[in-house]
Design a protein around this ligand. Sequence first.
Ligand code: ATP
Ligand code: MG
Length: 413
Amino acid sequence: MDVKVKKIRGTRDILPEEASLWSEVEGKIREVCRVYGFGEIRVPTFEETSLFIKTTGETTDIVEKQMYTFEDKGGRSLTLKPEGTPSVVRAYLENALFQRGKKTKLFYIERMFRQERPQKGRYREFTQFGVELIGSKSPLSDAEIISLAFTLFEKIGVKDITLRINSIGCFRCRGPFRDALKEYLKSKLPELCPDCKRRFERNPLRVLDCKEDKEKLKDAPRSTDYLCDNCKKHWKRLISVLEKLKIPFLVDHMLVRGLDYYTGPVFEFVSGKLGAQDAVGGGGRYDELIESMGGEPTPATGFAIGLDRLVMLVEKKKEERIPLWIVNIGEEAEEAGFLLMEKLRRMGVRVEMDLTGRSLKAQFREADKRNAKYVLVIGEDEIRKNKGKLKDMETGKEEEIELDEEKIKERVC
Ligand code: ATP
Ligand code: MG
């Protein structure tokens, strides 16, 4: 068929079979977040462009290349949100959530928009589940959100996720590390990709994050060797608690994450089952962001998990059997069957019937295809007697049953 209008590149249609997996995962997310004491927040789809420039960072891939930015009819520059943290922190400040207690624990499930090259697991509109734990500087808070993620993975039956973790230190340790890294990168510069040559000047840490150049930079200086006393203490305690929680992790000295606001520990959840796009999610601590947005100095930590990738890892369940299918012969029986079906549905019973006037044989074939447990046959005779024929589709046995919704429900459910 030649469909006249097609979907925009990088967007997707999620059809019922997959959508039911999505809602199952979303349900589990809400359950786990409730247990961990995180409240849901829903933020706008678009924000002032300056919000992302100031927070995500001017020299990041997201802001440099990926934002859907447009001018609205009032001449304002707006951007479809490419990530959740800036909006959540803005909402935290704007709604003075800090007045409600020392700690604020929020989660979101939101659509995000990034104009990057679409491929498996990478879309231009996608969904993230994220948490933000605002107000605690304890490494136990980092451990708490990481543990939350692993509890979720277990609940939805996603196995073999590893945590990759590093500490890039606070802005104070970052200076000496950046200098050492620049010194090291100078000698490698001719070998680096064009993007990294540019990054070397503007944001040298990002060079470590480059997928192309990773191999060549194995002996680069390690950020964990440049941590100040506070950051070192934080890092050591976090690692030791993760061990006690039995969370499988790997210290990855090349992990720096692509956003500007991270301070201290940064991490990614990776799966061996995703191919090239192996990160299911990532996050880290951002102790300076809230102050930089005009709030009081407030430590915070958070992560975002891509649901498009997470759902790919969830095993599809077999579709639940439909308990009852009503097969009808003739117009009168069609209406009687329909009225009975509606009564049963109002009682919570899943019932289907054909309303396209097909033959008895075709209706049976459909009931069989949809894996119905019972088929109830109603014809004119049956209406007169107020009794239908109920066929058990597994055994093939038939019995008469009164056309009474209570009796039918009791028999088929
Ligand atoms: P990647 O290295 O894969 O580009 P990222 O560092 O850009 O990831 P984050 O900004 O940390 O990703 O977002 C967290 C998670 O959101 C990712 O691990 C991924 O699961 C998901 N994600 C990010 N970008 C996309 C996208 N374009 N399409 C689908 N999911 C995405
Ligand atoms: Mg990306």
